[in-house]
Write a protein that binds this ligand. Structure first.
Ligand code: 5GP
Length: 188
């Protein structure tokens, strides 16, 4: 068995984090991708218990109050959090734990677990990011504007991450991410 580690993957929505994490999970056999909880409405095609656990704001805040989250944050008007219990279980099992979370959550994780590795996925440009967000076709204009504002905020923090990865070519970015994860897991 390899050493278990915890990796945080952040970057603006539309940067391609989801795709990269899915590819990473296929390539790294001991990877374990955390499933977050959110108060956001499911997008078309999203399944409760698969993409997220979707819950009401009331239930979310109750769980936060009971210290049920490793970290949580508000992003573009909705709450998102990482359930603490599942992470503790995955740590005990020695997995390569992958959290796909925002900048605020990433820094909370770093506080609590200083050995976490923080990776920032950089979109090729803000113009390309906006094009991808529109291309998704699932977001209203005001949602796109909020997400672009959040993107500028997130990008202003990218230098505080341990690694930045530019996602202009998906295959190259995947290779780099897999190599990064493996470099820690294989350490003696
Ligand atoms: P989306 O609504 O596009 O699925 O996610 C919006 C943002 O919330 C993304 O940057 C995503 O990484 C982040 N996010 C997803 N789950 C969590 C979580 O559990 N905690 C935090 N802090 N951010 C999350």
């Amino acid at each position: 068995m390899r050493n278990g580690n915890l990796f945080v993957i952040s970057g603006p929505s539309g940067a391609g984090k989801g795709t990269l994490v899915a590819r990473l999970a296929q390539r790294v056999p001991d990877a374990w991708v955390s499933r977050s909880m959110t108060t956001r409405e499911p997008r078309e095609g999203e399944v409760d218990g698969v993409h997220y656990d979707f819950l009401t704001k009331e239930d979310f805040l109750r769980l936060a109050e009971a210290d049920g989250f490793l970290e949580w944050a508000e992003y573009a008007g909705n709450c998102y959090g990482t359930p603490r219990k599942s992470i503790e279980d995955a740590l005990a099992a020695g997995k390569q734990i992958i959290l796909e979370i925002d900048v605020q959550g990433a820094f909370q994780v770093r506080e609590k677990m200083p050995s976490a590795h923080l990776v920032f996925i950089v979109p090729p440009s803000l113009e390309e990011l906006e094009r991808r967000l529109r291309g998704r076709g699932t977001e209203e204009e005001d949602v796109i504007a909020r997400r672009m504002e959040a993107a500028r905020f997130e990008l202003s923090h990218k230098d505080e991450y341990d690694k930045q990865l530019v996602n202009d070519d998906l295959d190259t970015a995947t290779d780099e991410l897999v190599a990064y994860v493996d470099s820690f897991a294989d350490r003696k």
